[in-house]
Design a protein around this ligand. Sequence first.
Ligand SMILES: [Zn+2]
Length: 170
Amino acid sequence: MADENMAEIVGTPALDGTYISEMDMWPFECQEFNRIYPFYENLRAGKFTTTKCQKCGHIAYPPGVICPKCWSDELEWVELPQKARIVTFTETQAGAPIGFPSPIIMAWLNFGEGAPLKHLLARIVNCKEGELNEGDEVKFVVFDVPSHPIEIKKETKICDRVYYAFEPVK
Ligand SMILES: [Zn+2]
C-alpha cells in the first residue's frame, strides 16, 4: 500500500488530445512534487530566476536544492536577465515530438559581460523557419503548459503549469 503522504498520478489523462501523460515532457510544478517550485511560481510572476549559494556565491542553472560547488543547502533565489543574443542555433523542421509545432528552434544564448549567467541553451518560440540569425536579440517569455490532475492525500488537484522560452525582439 502506498504511503499516504505520497501523491500518485491518476489515470492517463489526454492533454488536449495530442499526447498522453506517459509522454509528458513537462515537470510537476507544485510544492508537493517539486522542491524547486519557487522557480515555477516566479515564472508565473514573469520572473526568470535561479538559485545562488549563500556560502560560496555560486549561481547555478538550472536551479537546485544544494550548491554543486560546495554542497551547501543555504541557497537564495536571484533573478536572471531576460534578454540575450543568439550565439548559434538549430531548427528542427520535421519530426518534432507530438504536441510540439515545427520548427523547434534551440539556441545557445549569450547574456553578455557581467551577467550572473553567461550562457544558456533555450528554446526559441514565436519565430518562423528561416527567420532567426546569429547575433539576434531575444527576450524571455512564459507560456502555459497543459495542466495535469494529480491525487494528493485522496484529493484530486489540478496542477497548472507554465514554462519559459525566448522569442525574437522585433
Ligand atoms: Zn556553494
